[in-house]
Ligand binder design. Structure first.
Ligand code: ADP
Ligand code: MG
Length: 247
């Protein structure tokens, strides 16, 4: 059963950064960001009635295409906080775009997580928001990576969810190109900032070279040294902390 710990009134929220967009109290208030009625319908059918604290603060920031560090306890809905803005900003599946016109193609959003298990969970959340549209969402594995070795398959991908190791392997094999990525999320960023993954994270960052790349880091905790690294990766970032972290 889903447990949602952070209702908007029950946790202290601190926001730092330039021109922090106002938070919303309801999903309805996101209408000013032109969320499609289809996406709203998927929110409702997924049982999401009102935003959690981290969602009410982070969704406007991401919809305004700002870089973000977001810290909020486990179980507070960080996944939806970044997935809803990604779906909204991607607007329509690439496969639909390819059918209608010639446009730049290739993966547009990447979510990096430290474990396969987490990648699975995030993929499941994606599928809820993707209902009824031809989104191509890839849970990256050896098998799916191989399927992407054909450019035609690769060009239709909207969102990739992967561990660092798998993603870097595909980059090194030349079967993946991240130069069209507009949205990069590092989830469970405290673990990704660890020495174990740092080299891979740097390689992934270096491969996402679109000039409109937006980056967001989400975590339940972020030690000071990891936070400094995180801030160095981001452009004009906003930092949102929900709950206990801030002192
Ligand atoms: P976190 O990443 O912060 O640990 P998750 O994104 O895994 O949290 O979400 C925890 C649970 O809360 C999931 O089952 C998710 O479906 C549910 N959830 C997220 N947002 C909402 C919401 N606004 N209303 C109800 N349930 C939600
Ligand atoms: Mg999470």
């Amino acid at each position: 059963e889903a447990s949602v710990k952070a209702r908007k009134t029950s946790h202290r929220v601190t926001a730092k950064g330039k021109n922090v967009p106002s938070h919303v109290n309801t999903f309805d208030e996101l209408k000013k960001y032109s969320i499609s009625s289809h996406l709203y319908a998927n929110l409702v059918s997924s049982g999401y009635v009102e935003p959690t604290g981290i969602q009410s603060h982070c969704m406007p920031i991401l919809l305004e295409e700002r870089d973000l560090v977001a810290i909020s306890p486990t179980g507070t809905g960080k996944t939806l906080a970044y997935l809803l803005p990604i779906f909204s900003l991607l607007s329509v599946p690439t496969s639909t775009l390819i059918a209608s016109s010639s446009t730049s193609t290739g993966v547009r959003a990447v979510v990096v997580v430290p474990t396969r298990e987490l990648a699975h969970q995030i993929h499941n959340e994606c599928l809820k928001l993707a209902q009824g549209r031809k989104w191509k969402i890839v849970l990256f594995s050896k098998a799916t990576a191989n399927a992407l070795s054909q450019k035609e398959a690769r060009d239709k991908v909207d969102i990739i969810i992967s561990t660092p190791l798998r993603l870097v392997a595909a980059l090194q094999e030349g079967i993946l190109d991240l130069s069209n990525v507009r949205h990069l999320v590092l989830d469970e960023a405290d673990r990704l900032m660890d020495n174990e993954f740092m080299e891979q994270i740097q390689e992934i960052l270096g491969s996402c070279r679109h000039k409109n790349l937006r980056k967001a880091l989400f975590s339940a905790t972020l030690p000071a040294n990891a936070e400094k690294m995180a801030m160095d990766m981001l452009d004009d970032p906003i930092r949102i902390v929900v709950g206990l972290k801030d002192t």
